[in-house]
Design a protein around this ligand. Structure first.
Ligand code: 8IG
Length: 274
């Protein structure tokens, strides 16, 4: 006998699972549709705080398909907040490819955002810079990427075009808000270790200027889902072998704290232009 009072089982196909998460999000918040999603990367929590007080905040794991935290208190958090006239869905903390979860889980937030009505996603991250003139605390617009994960979030023969993946229109909006913002090519490594100096020399040779462990797979899934993508990296360290000092995660957190007001203001000013 099936129990007629039991909750409907969560569906497993990635797009159905994202629809189920979007339905649960609408029930949880009372907000039928969101306009834009923000994925806040390493060092970006203080920038999210600078956006103001959210109307709703709850553990991501309350929605279908999001991971329960591996460590109590260290799971992702979802917020719903009005910023610049837009209803924003903010993901604090993402599932990283280096956690060894399947790629479906890595991009579930982006697919949920699309199912929740978002037409735009802002993917942020903390990264290493190959250019030593970009000191920690410098925001860089992602102009293009190189995927070194050797995988894709797309399943089946869907030959998605990635030309202009990182919206020229949204990059121009950022340039209007902050003239002189620099742009770079973001290279995603699998991690979780940082690169060797020889690997950074390779990145330079293949045309990369920023290195990190996120964003690329989410951007591809976002394009597949029809979202407009804005990518913003916050330089938190110089890449291995550039400055001569070892890389340190504490640097990431401190840089985010120091840049919070700047990054929060940049996001707040760009959202109304979306
Ligand atoms: I924050 O220098 C941050 N994340 N791969 N290399 C890679 N990821 C990073 C780095 C970095 N800094």
């Amino acid at each position: 006998m099936t129990d007629p009072t039991a909750a409907a089982p969560t569906r497993t196909h990635p797009l159905r699972l994202a629809e189920d998460a979007a339905t649960a999000l609408a029930e949880r918040t009372g907000v039928a549709r969101h306009d834009v999603a923000l994925v806040m990367g390493s060092g970006w929590l203080p920038a999210a705080e600078a956006l103001g007080d959210p109307d709703h905040e709850f553990p991501a794991a309350d929605l279908p398909g999001f991971n329960a935290p591996a460590v109590v208190g260290h799971g992702g958090t979802i917020r719903s907040i009005m910023v610049g006239g837009k209803r924003a869905l903010v993901f604090l903390g993402r599932t990283h490819f280096y956690e060894g979860r399947d790629v479906r889980t890595v991009v579930h937030g982006v697919r949920t955002a699309a199912a929740a009505g978002c037409s735009t996603v802002v993917l942020t991250n903390g990264c290493g810079s190959l250019d030593e003139t970009r000191q920690p605390g410098t925001p860089v617009l992602i102009r293009d990427h190189i995927n070194l994960t050797a995988t894709s979030p797309i399943e089946g023969a869907n030959f998605v075009d990635l030309t202009d993946l990182y919206s020229p229109r949204l990059r121009a909006s950022c340039q209007e808000v902050e003239p002189g913002l620099s742009e770079g090519v973001y290279v995603q490594f699998p991690g979780p270790h940082y690169e060797t100096p020889a690997e950074i020399a390779m990145v330079r040779a293949i045309g990369g200027s920023l290195v990190g462990m996120s964003t690329v797979l989410e951007a591809i899934a976002a394009r597949e889902a029809g979202l407009e993508v804005l990518g913003i990296s916050l330089v938190t360290n110089l890449a291995a072998g550039i400055s001569g000092v070892p890389l340190d995660h504490a640097e990431v957190l401190q840089t985010g704290q120091d840049a919070a007001t700047h990054m929060g203001a940049l996001l707040s000013a760009v959202l109304p232009r979306m």
